[in-house]
Ligand binder design. Structure first.
Ligand SMILES: [Zn+2]
Length: 464
């Protein structure tokens, strides 16, 4: 049995309902849970045999929950951010005019771990990973020590991509294969690592899934008792495609198919009507707002409207980046600009979306906030930094001014995943080097094989 750990002489942002912040405080962690919170002297006296960690000059925050990402998509970093689909017809489909280069499963695993490194370094303790064939890197991700909800994707539209109007060519075998992958991943990974790893399921998007498949996935969700995810009202091409194929708007389409529920995490929700927002809110669905990619695409979810309608607001990174510190600030910036309001949302609200709401949406009500008995998923933020000094209102300070590099340590289930800025579960130098080599070679091969493709300005794929 490992000794309790006490982080002492520090500031604790509990994330509780009252927004309590404890000063001159300590957190005791035992058997993966928060054992005690309180004044340093009191907590130290209760656990005389504890391992003591001096956290002076730091603040303890709940860890971030990233409720929508695709870790290996770091492959398209620096390329896809500038190639978003158009907001008006003609819609050609896909999220970028360049195809993603083909890579081997082994290479995909390295890129997923690169994404995980960035996630951990920005204080992420919980990740909802969505994708196809997650079994390729699921075990490697589990070994990173991060809490996971792995949502394997199903779809049954063939010869088309997301956001592409035109006929819905249904391929039953494609849908079957997705359902089979979901079941297989569930059997293999659900409850792994002492329950730290769970699986869910995902319908790719409304324009990629038939009503029959959506109904099937909804039943499977109930049978397995898991969270579901979907890309919803992501781009205007998707809206056009669903209107053409089904004669309704995407959220109404999912509602008719019975796919909306309070255990659904709908990613994006930005190209939608107020009526759709009300429909989604009435189902008490969670929304994974992905503000950093949304801003890059020139789009924004109406976060306040979605929240008022009844949706639980959570935050994700989506593609090409895994920095939840940036995401938390970006949603606040975007929403203040959109609302023409220099006070709302508050940094406290943004932090709740990024932490506790994400945990709740993924079915982990005792995580994402710090209270005795809750899961010990927390981060240690270094406040002794020029851009954070003076740290007078610690939540506002970190949300407005913080950087991923301010995160000093990360704990999940009471275990250190990063300690004093060293990620303990991954060989960072080797992964960074290997990922650079893989990406250069993959993009180099693509442009060599497809000289018709337009090379983005400044592109260099020469080996290093
Ligand atoms: Zn996505």
């Amino acid at each position: 049995m490992t000794a309790p750990v006490i982080l002492h002489d520090t500031t604790v942002v509990t994330g509780d309902d009252a927004g309590t912040i404890l000063h001159d405080a300590a957190v005791a962690v035992e058997r993966g849970r928060i054992a005690a919170l309180g004044h340093t002297a009191d907590v130290l006296a209760r656990y005389p045999d504890a391992e003591c960690v001096d956290a002076r000059g730091c603040a303890i925050f709940p860890g971030f929950a990233n409720t929508h990402t695709h870790l290996p998509r770091v492959l398209a970093r620096g390329i896809y951010e500038d190639l978003s689909p158009p907001h008006a017809p003609p819609f050609t489909g896909g999220l970028a005019p360049l195809p993603l280069p083909r890579i081997t499963p082994e290479e995909e695993r390295v890129l997923a771990l690169l994404g995980a490194l960035e996630a951990i370094r920005s204080g992420t303790t919980l990740i909802l990973e969505e994708g196809a064939a997650l079994d390729v890197y699921a075990a490697a991700l589990a070994d990173t020590g991060v809490r996971l909800v792995l949502c394997e994707r199903a779809w049954d539209r063939t010869k088309a991509s997301i956001g592409q109007p035109g006929p819905f060519e249904e391929d039953g075998a494609l849908g079957e294969a997705g359902v089979a992958r979901i079941r297989a991943l569930h059997a293999r990974m659900h409850g792994a690592a002492g329950g730290r790893v769970q699986t869910g399921l995902a319908a790719w998007a409304p324009d990629m899934a038939s009503p029959a498949l959506l109904g099937r996935l909804r039943k499977l969700q109930d049978e397995l008792g898991v969270v579901a995810s979907v890309h919803l009202n992501q781009v205007w091409g998707e809206v056009a495609a669903v209107r053409e194929q089904r004669g309704v708007l995407p959220t109404d389409y999912l509602a008719r198919a019975g796919f909306l529920s309070d255990r659904l995490v709908a990613a994006h929700c930005r190209c939608m009507t107020a009526e759709e927002e009300r429909t989604l809110g009435a189902a008490r669905a969670a929304v994974a707002v992905n503000p950093a990619i949304a801003a890059r695409r020139g789009l924004a979810a109406r976060v306040d409207d979605l929240e008022r309608a009844g949706c639980r607001i959570t935050l994700g990174t989506d593609n090409m980046a895994e920095d939840m510190v940036e995401v938390t600030r970006t949603v606040l910036f975007m929403e203040r600009v959109r609302r023409q309001d220099g006070r709302q949302p508050t940094p406290e609200a943004a932090l709740t979306w990024a932490t506790r709401n994400g945990y709740q949406a993924l079915g982990i009500a005792d995580g994402g906030w710090l209270a005795p008995g809750n899961r010990a998923d927390l981060i240690v933020v270094d406040l002794k930094r020029p851009h954070l000094t003076p740290a007078l209102r610690v939540v506002s300070d970190f949300v407005h001014n913080g950087q991923a590099a301010d995160v000093r340590s990360v704990m999940v289930d009471g275990r250190w995943v990063m300690r004093d800025r060293r990620v303990l579960t991954l060989d960072e130098a080797a992964i960074v080097e290997e990922a650079e080599r893989i990406a250069r070679a993959a993009w180099g091969r693509l442009f060599a094989e497809r000289p018709d493709l337009e090379r983005p300005p400044g592109l260099d794929v020469s080996p290093r």
